[in-house]
Design a protein around this ligand. Structure first.
Ligand code: N01
Length: 558
């Protein structure tokens, strides 16, 4: 067994982890990053299924670091996974990251050694490494979800979850393909399979209210022109709801104004129609219905068979529009007009079993060559709880969160000193563009760790009281929105037995960062440093927070 010591162990070579490595190294920390995949990219290493592409428009889904963007150009408005991998390699070339990364190594467990005030961190390679600070940057989709379906292991052909796709690829050409699940992954993989599969069966439980992506090619001249505004666009991300260069709109427009705005957002494509719309769409069910009807009226004419159209775009909304994350589609609804594609409604014809040759539902016995499980993730918290991480009393994080997630600022948990995570539960995570959070939340973490070191703090820990206050704010904000009305991964509702709770801070990135900065400005209120509560904790340990009005009224920051 090898033993190595670092100032900081970072986990995950996606946007957040690489940013931590880069910035912490600049501050003089001795950092090592561990990555389970064999290459850079995080989610883009694992999700290499046909059709996988980002659904955030250029130039939002990249670092706002001028040394990177000034020299990098994309080929499309929504780049595919292979181009994203090339981007990560370019970032590595520029920032010289690899020398401090150990690939193909999964962190399996960690415990805090009170005497030495260090984390002891175990890997699946039999190593134990020690670090003063432990910074998991796991993203929201580290832990895949595969439902328990009778006979799943008995299928004789290839059967893969979208996030565990074979690195060498798998062609659908001429094959009989089943896709289970119609979230963002299912929509993308189905669009691709429809092109050349002999037969494609799409198993749908809940319709996906997918929006037109409006993809287009990009040339260098266009991007050179755009780059004149990149500094402002990147700075603007900080004050928006989702970390994009647009945000939710305030106000109560007239019916005509609303329709005109919907049309404008619709034509723009990307996520504009979702989180560039009026805020009241996400808080008022009557208003929400106008957005749903707008979506349905434009979607129905694209599907020829009225029975299929009713399944894909039902008269009654399956959930309030936007409360499950929409996918951005490229001809998704048209594939159902093709002879090689059929839709199976799992509500009326549920899966009975997976068989060696295919899938048996209540009414049909179908043969397939390939089964695709596009069934999503134990999102946001599942990555953290799947590490056997122990608190100072020996209890695992999974046990501690069995009844519900408890965090302070979505970054720290009591009983886990010197642990701070990026893009975690109760931070904007699932509502926020990944690279934006990686940088802005990431900068806060880097400053926090730097302050701890420079102040000689060898042990920091948050308090149960601060967690209670923060968790209350997150759930209170969620209660003002329509998000709790959907069985989404935002609510933990896609995983059987997982507590139903809002897993992401729904007040918007702008407000979130204001809260974090206020905590820093109040001597890290809500933390205990070297055994001494922050001088501000007598304000109540976090009770001084402003409650974001992002979901109820126009935010000043907009
Ligand atoms: O997962 P999902 P995803 N039997 O949880 C169905 C990001 N992403 O991988 O809706 C049958 O959204 C489930 O049905 P239901 C993005 O943030 C981004 O697609 O629960 N079906 C649903 O249809 C996204 O939101 C991109 O009723 C079952 C599907 O499986 C997030 O990842 C691309 C089932 C799961 O959908 C997750 O998306 C891809 C069962 N037992 C993903 N269990 C980009 O473009 C679940 N389902 C950047």
């Amino acid at each position: 067994m090898k033993q190595s010591d670092y100032d900081v162990i970072v986990v995950g070579a996606g946007f957040a982890g690489l940013y931590q490595l880069y910035r912490l190294r600049q501050r003089g920390f001795r950092v090592k990053l561990y990555e389970a995949g064999a290459e850079l990219g995080g989610i883009w290493y694992w999700n290499c299924y046909p059709g996988a592409r980002v659904d955030t428009h250029v130039p939002m889904y990249e670092y706002g670091l001028e040394e990177i963007w000034s020299e990098w150009n994309w080929s499309e408005r929504f780049p595919g996974w292979a181009e994203l991998r090339r981007y990560f390699n370019f970032v590595d070339e520029k920032l010289d990251l690899r020398r401090d990364i150990q690939f193909s190594t999964r962190i399996t467990g960690a415990s805090f050694d009170e005497a030495g005030e260090r984390w002891q961190i175990r890997t699946d390679q039999g190593e134990t490494v020690s670090a003063k600070f432990f910074v998991p940057c796991l993203g929201f989709g580290t832990k895949t979800f595969i439902p328990e379906i009778n006979g799943l292991g008995s299928f004789e052909g290839p059967c893969h979850h979208t996030a565990q796709w074979p690195q060498e690829g798998l062609s659908f050409a001429g094959k009989r393909v089943a896709v289970i699940g119609t979230g963002a992954s299912g929509v993308q993989v189905a669009q691709e399979a429809a092109k050349d599969a002999a037969q494609l069966a799409i198993f749908q439980r809940t319709p996906c209210l997918a929006l037109p992506m409006r993809q287009y090619k990009l040339d260098h001249e266009t991007q050179a022109e755009w780059k004149r505004d990149y500094r402002e666009r990147y700075a603007r991300r900080r004050s928006t709801f989702g970390g994009f260069d647009f945000s939710l709109l305030p106000g109560s427009p007239t019916r005509e104004e609303r329709e005109a705005k919907y049309q404008e957002l619709w034509d723009e494509g990307a996520f504009n129609f979702w989180i560039g719309t009026y805020m009241d769409v996400l808080t008022d069910e009557t208003v929400n219905r106008t957005a749903y009807d707008f979506w349905r009226n434009r979607t129905l004419p694209r599907i020829k068979d009225p029975a299929v159209a009713e399944l894909l775009a039902p008269k009654q909304p399956p959930y309030p529009f936007g409360t499950k994350r929409p996918s951005l589609e490229q001809g998704f609804f048209e594939i159902f007009n093709q002879d090689n594609v059929n839709l199976i409604d799992l509500n009326t014809d549920p899966i009975d079993a997976i068989t060696p040759r295919g899938i048996r539902t209540r009414d049909q016995d179908m043969e397939f060559d390939i089964i695709v499980l596009a069934t999503g993730f134990d999102a946001v918290s599942g990555g953290l709880t799947s590490i056997d991480m122990r608190d100072v009393n020996g209890r695992s994080l999974a046990e501690r969160w069995a009844e519900g997630t408890r965090t302070y600022l979505g970054m720290a948990t009591s009983g886990f000193p010197n642990l701070i995570y990026v893009y975690g539960p109760q931070s904007p995570s699932g509502f926020c563009n990944g690279p934006t959070c990686a940088e802005f939340q990431g900068d806060w973490v880097v400053q926090f760790l730097t302050d701890m070191r420079d102040r000689g703090v060898s042990r920091f820990e948050t308090t149960e009281q601060a967690e209670t206050v923060w968790g209350g704010i997150v759930q209170e904000l969620a209660g003002r929105s329509l998000f709790p009305k959907a069985n989404s991964w935002y609510m933990g509702a896609n995983i059987p037995g997982k507590p139903r709770e809002m897993l992401n801070y729904p007040g918007g990135l702008g407000f979130y960062l204001q809260q974090c900065d206020a905590v820093r400005d109040h001597d890290y209120e809500g933390f205990v440093l070297n055994g001494t509560p922050s001088a501000s904790n007598d304000r109540g340990g976090g009770t001084g927070f402003i409650v974001s009005d992002m979901m109820v009224a126009p935010a000043a920051a907009q």
